[in-house]
Design a protein around this ligand. Structure first.
Ligand code: PMP
Length: 287
């Protein structure tokens, strides 16, 4: 059972379906072979933050995964607002998903339907601080093995396992390295390191280039931060004064500890610059 307030309707393949009737078959292809694509989006006081960008990424992800969806970006955007209205939700976490149906258990996709749903849950994020990270056991795959910008369930097996391992040991999240051992991101969020008014974040060509990440970079530049993208070695991390993550779910979250096993990094948190970025972020999204 869902651990949050149940929405009245989920939109599935063109219809608003009551929550309790919104089921799929156990032989659903995307459950067995992954390959579904999805988004995580937030609405603040009735306005969806960066909806066009999220829908564009959803459709691009579908293209990467060979999912031929018949809805246009405009239709998906309109339906998203209709769904919020139908469920009377103003502050929401929105989850569109495109997946292959249950018409066959074979790997090939010839007979398979392509389906789409959009769910919206009432949700209001609070800024978090002092997050505890543990170095992840597994690395991001090389971008040659899977398109990193596809937000596909195919990528999330590892993120879910890493999150589960981290939480079992009392951590909030993981620090994940890329296939060459450079710092990449957290399980489902991007990462930044800061010193004074300079912030640096890993180059997003080996993992998801978050929409929050891009928005925070622009926002930070506007308020006088120097923002850099770079390949970051683990050894450099001790030089930074503060650290935070960005993503739709946690927005801008302060990181207090990174356990690298051989050494543990501690960042002061709450930290003045992170707090400044959080309050600017709140203004930007209209929270
Ligand atoms: N990386 C991964 C792996 C993610 O799942 C997410 C969440 N979508 C992010 C980064 C942050 O992306 P965004 O800011 O677009 O939510």
């Amino acid at each position: 059972m869902l651990n949050r307030k149940i929405p009245e309707f989920i939109w599935i393949n063109g219809k608003f379906v009551p929550y309790n009737e919104s089921n799929i078959h156990v032989l659903t292809h995307s459950l067995h072979y992954a390959g579904a694509v999805f988004e995580g989006i937030r609405a603040y006081n009735g306005k969806v933050f960066k909806l066009e960008e999220h829908t564009e990424r959803l459709l691009k992800s579908a293209e990467h995964m060979q999912l031929d969806i018949k809805y246009t970006a405009k239709e998906i955007n309109d339906i998203t607002y209709q769904l919020l209205e139908k469920n009377s939700i103003e502050n929401a976490y929105i989850r569109p998903l495109i997946w292959r149906g249950a018409e066959s258990v074979a790997i090939h996709t010839l007979d398979l339907s392509v389906n789409i749903l959009i769910a919206a849950f009432e949700s209001q994020a609070k800024f978090v601080s002092n997050l505890k990270l543990k170095l992840g056991k597994w690395r991001k795959p090389s971008p040659d093995s899977m398109p990193p910008q596809a937000k596909s369930s195919t990528h999330y097996g590892m993120a879910v396992a890493a999150q589960s391992m981290a939480q079992a040991q009392g951590y909030d999240d993981s620090l994940i390295l890329d296939y060459e051992g450079f710092v990449a991101e957290c399980n489902v969020a991007n990462i930044f390191f800061g010193k004074g008014s300079r912030i640096v974040t890993p180059i997003a060509d080996r993992f998801l280039n978050g929409i929050t990440r891009q928005s925070v970079m622009l926002m930070a530049k506007k308020i006088g931060f120097e923002v850099k993208e770079a390949r970051i070695h683990l050894e450099e991390l001790a030089d930074y004064d503060y650290c935070f993550l960005t993503g739709t779910a946690k927005e801008v979250g302060g990181i207090g500890t990174i356990d690298l096993e051989r050494t543990v990094l501690n960042f002061p948190d709450p930290e003045e610059k992170v707090k400044l970025l959080q309050s600017e972020f709140a203004k930007m999204v209209g929270k």
